[in-house]
Write a protein that binds this ligand. Structure first.
Ligand SMILES: Cc1cc2nc3c(=O)[nH]c(=O)nc-3n(C[C@H](O)[C@H](O)[C@H](O)COP(=O)(O)OP(=O)(O)OC[C@H]3O[C@@H](n4cnc5c(N)ncnc54)[C@H](O)[C@@H]3O)c2cc1C
Length: 564
């Protein structure tokens, strides 16, 4: 169903079994699992899909090695297994990421972990090689026999410096272990949602659709694009609004304090020397005060983050000058001879981790990343349906969390599970091969039956995985031409995204359906040209197009430091 069809279906029949409010990765994961299991589900987001915390992550599918010292063994084990599944189910977007830890001491931190575990140490501190070795042994053990990624290795100083000549010569040793890189989280989340829609007639999803209020058996929703209000009557409501869970509950007359969010920022730099110095490795580095940061290769750019700062209002967040200075200063501790300045920054982003508010007084880095469901029955609220709030979690463990929620919903609805998502391929990861020969064979095949040339198909394959076939088929159905200011994209490729991937606003296209903004590829002309293509698809007049362009310029400048 397209947007208009969904809207008219809501008008004729407002009953829905499950209403999921919030289309971040947890809402989307739950949507897929529920609809696969035959539950008619409506998923809504007040903004675009995957535009909240899920668009602000460090791009890592990881177990979270440092959570071991907080005693979070269950979480780490689950996340390591889920990391492996992401690499297996979405290999076009998630790939093994060698991660290097430079260490300056051997023994530091040896007594910290037990003290932290016993709640006797609240300040983070530097960890030495021995404690990191113990953590990595456990981490490898959790990977089990699957061996989706190789085991960790330690390297002495000289060998490390031979491999990374720009690394700080004061290091004592380095360790290399493996996690996963989610190169494009926004696309991965969208593809999960599109899979649900393609698989199931019970699946309906709407972006720019806001939870406005609730009363007795009804929930009031507002179309943010037209201002029109709708009423739906769910059997149960899943509050998956991440950092906004308590705000969304308040809109329904429910008072809750489930979330204690912490803000995290990242910068993306265009710095060929730093990019070359990292090679294919991420550098996972600890400051002397125990704070963590990452320097991570992302295509031909470098992603640097992140901060962890307690905040009250998830709508009032910005990447501050202090955060930027902190990041740039820490890069010099890892690669002292490489000068990175503010001028190298091409994009920045900030988000709020929707962490649970429970737990003893701790530093922000020690807040639990685990997930749980807070359930309020109809008797506890003035509503006639239960509300499940999805608190906490990590991108990496979204599938396991969604499964937990789905099992609970199925039990409530008196249904049993028919399908599970453990080994379910995602979007363009279906049939995708990481083997170069097999990729070539697939691309040759797609070229033969879609008629598009192989070079172009190679580009589409790297962007969309095996979904490239559908994109190419669509492209070749009509005359096409490269965009004037962005010639590696064509007009019909953009039209495909608009028509098949629920693009409603210009920034959906620039920030989430493509990585143009994050990789610093935008210019005034490109934004204007894409607005023209989008506007033609949407039937916008010149005034509407212009308003969209101005809004996008403001958004890019205000939220991402991109001034065109
Ligand atoms: C800085 C940072 C770095 C991180 N790094 C990693 C990492 O490397 N690896 C990892 O595994 N995890 C990481 N995480 C954690 C992970 O990103 C989050 O736990 C996860 O994305 C939370 O997803 P969510 O669906 O619960 O929330 P969100 O993605 O925030 O989704 C909530 C959605 O609800 C919508 N919404 C809000 N109010 C309403 C309303 N009234 N009506 C309708 N919709 C509404 C919002 O628009 C939003 O899209 C990181 C998080 C941050 C912030």
């Amino acid at each position: 169903m397209n947007r208009n069809e969904i809207l008219s279906s809501l008008k004729t029949n407002p009953e829905v079994s499950a209403l999921i409010v919030g289309a971040g990765i947890n809402g989307i994961g739950t949507y897929r699992d529920l609809t696969l299991n035959g539950v008619d589900t409506l998923l809504i987001d007040r903004a675009d899909f995957c535009s909240g915390a899920s668009a602000a992550s460090s791009h890592m599918a990881h177990g979270g090695i440092r959570y071991l010292e907080n005693g979070e063994f269950r979480l780490v084990r689950e996340a390591v297994l889920e990391r492996n599944r992401m690499i297996q189910n979405a290999p076009h977007i998630v790939s093994p990421l060698p991660t290097t830890i430079p260490m300056f001491k051997y023994f530091s931190g040896l007594f910290n972990a037990p003290l932290k575990f016993l709640g006797m140490l609240t300040k983070p501190s530097e960890r030495g090689a021995v404690i990191i070795k113990l953590g990595l042994i456990m981490y490898d053990a959790y990977t089990g026999k699957t061996r989706t990624v190789p085991r960790h290795q330690f390297m002495f100083r000289n060998e490390s410096l031979r491999r990374w000549p720009k690394l700080n010569p004061n290091i004592a040793t380095t360790a290399v272990y493996y996690d996963g890189l989610i190169s494009n989280p926004e696309r991965l989340a969208l593809e999960i949602a599109l899979d649900a829609e393609a698989e199931s007639p019970n699946a309906r999803m709407l972006n720019y659709f806001n939870l406005a209020g609730a009363e007795k058996d009804s929930v009031i929703l507002k179309d943010e694009l037209t201002g029109e209000s709708y009423t739906v009557r769910p059997k149960l409501l899943i509050n998956a609004t991440g950092p906004w869970i308590d705000v969304a509950n308040r809109k329904m007359g429910i008072s809750s304090r489930y979330i204690a969010g912490t803000k995290g920022s990242h910068v993306v730099v265009d710095h060929p020397e730093l990019r070359a110095a990292t090679g294919s490795n991420e550098f996972f580095f600890e400051n002397k005060d125990g704070r963590i940061m990452w320097i991570c290769p992302l295509y031909d750019r470098v992603l640097i983050g992140t901060s962890d700062i307690k905040i009250e209002d998830p709508d009032e967040i910005h990447c501050t000058d202090e955060e930027v200075e902190y990041f740039l200063e820490l890069v010099t501790q890892v690669f002292p001879s490489i000068k990175v300045t503010k001028e190298h920054i091409i994009f920045h982003f900030t988000g709020v981790r929707p962490l649970g508010s429970s737990g003893a007084a701790r530093t922000t880095g020690q807040y639990s990343r685990d997930h749980h469901i807070e359930e309020l029955s109809g008797e506890q609220t003035k509503l006639s349906f239960p509300v499940y709030s999805l608190v906490g979690g990590k991108w990496t463990s979204y599938r396991a969390f969604s499964e937990q929620v789905t099992d609970k919903v199925l039990a409530f609805l008196g249904k049993s599970r028919q399908k599970d998502t453990t080994n379910l391929p995602i979007g363009g990861g279906r049939g995708y091969s990481t083997d170069a020969n097999e990729q070539k064979r697939q691309i040759d095949g797609f070229a033969a039956w879609t008629g598009l040339d192989k070079e172009r198909l190679q580009v589409l394959y790297s962007r969309y995985g095996t979904r490239a076939e559908a994109v190419a088929t669509f492209i070749n159905r009509s005359a096409d031409e490269p965009l004037k200011f962005l010639p590696d994209f064509t007009r019909r490729e953009i039209i495909f995204l608009v028509q098949h991937e629920k693009v409603m606003r210009l920034d959906d296209l620039l920030l989430r359906r493509t990585m143009l903004a994050m990789l610093g590829r935008l210019s005034k002309e490109i934004v204007q040209e894409l607005a023209d293509v989008l506007g033609d698809c949407m039937g916008w007049d010149a005034k509407r197009k212009n308003a969209e362009v101005l809004y996008t310029f403001d958004l890019l400048s205000d939220r991402h430091g991109v001034r065109l």
